[in-house]
Design a protein around this ligand. Structure first.
Ligand code: SF4
Length: 230
């Protein structure tokens, strides 16, 4: 990547904010979120519709400067702040892999939240990929690139299911079993906030002895569920 090309590389940024990670295996850890604008999907429960179009163009180096200012030197501990690239759909930006590599080069732990419709093969090694497999209840189950499963790294990456109703639970369970994923990948099941009862989900995971990680969106318990920037 030449210096000139890097200097003119822009990203449509919806927001950058520092908060507590509310989801996934890093839930509870401090995290700097970089939310890019735009998403080709329209999940019925989407809680970031404001990211479909709101945003400003920012140069790569400007984004990196803000990361350096807000996080300082990379921490070393297991709960050190990390950086997560999210959206919208960050991989809808063709230069997202460049941004991810640049964030890694700063020395921080870097995670990527992405739906399964975009090719993840170009994501740099070392980036923690959190892949959201859309379910029938989302309305976007057909937006899925099956080959993405080949690029999930066991022990590093996560496969997440956000379940809208009881039918979604049974579908996700069957899909994981059919693809023989439960013995190799970190699979997460979470209820759609305000739609699927979290106790129902927890009880069925227990009753079925399903080896998945149950989770809820911590930030919606702590703050107003509709609050932005948390
Ligand atoms: S993929 Fe994410 S950002 Fe896009 S519509 Fe679905 S929930 Fe919203």
């Amino acid at each position: 990547m030449g210096q000139l090309e890097r200097e003119v590389m822009n990203f449509n940024v919806n927001e950058i904010f520092f908060s507590i990670q509310g989801e996934g295996s890093r839930a509870g850890r401090p995290c700097l979120f970089i939310r890019l604008t735009g998403c080709p999907l329209r999940c019925v429960y989407c809680d970031t519709t404001y990211a479909y179009s709101e945003g400003i163009l920012r140069e790569l180096d400007d984004i990196l400067d803000e990361v350096k200012t807000r996080l300082g030197a990379p921490g070393q501990g297991p709960n050190a702040p990390f950086v997560e690239l999210t959206g919208g759909e960050p991989l809808a930006h063709p230069n997202a892999p460049v941004l991810l590599q640049a964030l890694l080069d700063l020395g921080h732990e870097v995670a990527l939240e992405t739906a399964g419709s975009q090719d993840i093969s170009m994501v740099p090694r070392g980036v923690v990929k959190i892949l959201d497999r859309k379910t029938p209840g989302s309305g976007e189950v057909e937006h899925w690139l099956e080959s993405n499963l080949d690029f999930l790294v066991p022990g590093q990456d996560e496969l997440k299911f956000v379940l809208k109703d009881e039918g979604d639970y049974h579908w996700a369970k069957g899909w994981c079993e059919e693809h023989q994923l439960l013995d190799s990948l970190d699979v997460l099941f979470s209820p759609v906030w305000g739609s699927l009862d979290s106790a129902w989900l927890a009880e069925h995971i227990v009753a079925d002895h399903l080896p998945v990680r149950f989770q809820v969106q911590l930030h919606k318990l702590v703050w107003d569920p509709n609050q932005r920037g948390v």
